[in-house]
Design a protein around this ligand. Structure first.
Ligand SMILES: [Zn+2]
Length: 289
């Protein structure tokens, strides 16, 4: 029987993604840095807060964020775990509508403002067409601390060790690897050094572009972007591309004996067959191994 493993597009086993909030004018400088180095990410915008001196005006969104993803951060940035249901619905749905009107694609991602969420909020978001949501709340402290311990551990990574770069279990409670102020360059080096292919690895960086100006540390993201760009084994993706790719993979129809596979989706899926053979299964195709 063929041994089949999921791999990322191009046969890669690592994915790097970024997530930046609030759509402030410093996004211009951040996007330029990402674009220069081929890094990609998601920008979470508040369509209901208009202030051209501070926030990117909507007329500029389409061009500025081209090649990246635009996602929901609610209309007006409330701490939504404290809001009644109807207000959560309004804040998410109207942000979706405003972003979609400009961007021209279905907006299906979200970062909770102030990292605030609970099960009720996640369920409402899901019902409103949100397919993933980034969290950063205290209620995940255990997981966050475990991640931090794994990331900060020195020495080689052994098979079965936690790395802090694991794929998330629940995309509606998607925890980033780190904020950019938390050892970004050090963790980036560690991510580059991951060579084992038994697992898929993710590095997910979050923050606000205005923080680089406020903390006078643009050099951190410049150094990181330059170091992380151009690696053959890293897939540079937006948040939703990761979610969408998982769906393509999950929809694959394998023969019972793994001798062939049918891909009913429009997009390609990639497989590693018997450890050495990397196979692209294009949309609508059946591939025999
Ligand atoms: Zn925010």
């Amino acid at each position: 029987m063929n041994k089949i493993y999921k791999v990322f597009p191009g046969g890669k086993h690592k994915v790097l993604t970024l997530s930046y909030d609030d759509g402030k004018i410093e996004d211009r400088r951040l996007v330029a840095i990402l674009n220069k180095n081929g890094l990609r990410g998601t920008f979470n915008l508040n369509s209901g807060i208009v202030n051209p001196d501070v926030r990117i005006p909507k007329e500029e969104w389409k061009e500025l964020y081209a090649g990246h993803e635009v996602a929901v951060h609610t209309c007006t940035h409330p701490t939504i775990a404290r809001c009644p249901n109807n207000e959560i619905v309004y804040e998410i749905l109207n942000d979706r509508k405003a972003l979609e009107k400009v961007m021209g694609y279905p907006v299906r991602g979200m970062a909770f403002p102030n990292g605030s969420s609970d099960e009720r909020v996640c369920n409402i978001a899901k019902d409103l067409g949100i397919e993933y949501a980034r969290v950063a709340a205290d209620r995940y402290a255990d997981v966050i601390n475990a991640k931090k311990r794994a990331l900060e551990a020195e020495g080689p990574i052994l098979l079965g060790d936690a790395t802090g770069f694991e794929m998330p279990d629940n995309y509606m409670q998607w925890l980033p690897t780190c904020h950019h102020n938390h050892h970004l360059v050090k963790f980036g080096k560690k991510f580059i050094s991951l060579k084992k292919k038994q697992y898929l690895y993710m590095m997910y960086v979050w923050g606000h572009s205005f923080e680089f100006t406020r903390n006078d540390n643009w050099n951190i993201i410049e150094e990181f972007a330059e170091m992380m760009g151009g690696h053959d084994d890293i897939w540079y993706a937006t948040n939703i591309e990761i979610v969408d790719y998982n769906k393509v993979f999950d929809n694959l129809q394998f023969a019972a004996d793994n001798s062939f596979v049918y891909n009913p989706s429009a997009a390609s899926a990639w497989l590693c067959v018997n450890d050495t053979n990397y196979v692209e299964v294009k949309g609508g195709e059946t591939v025999w191994f």
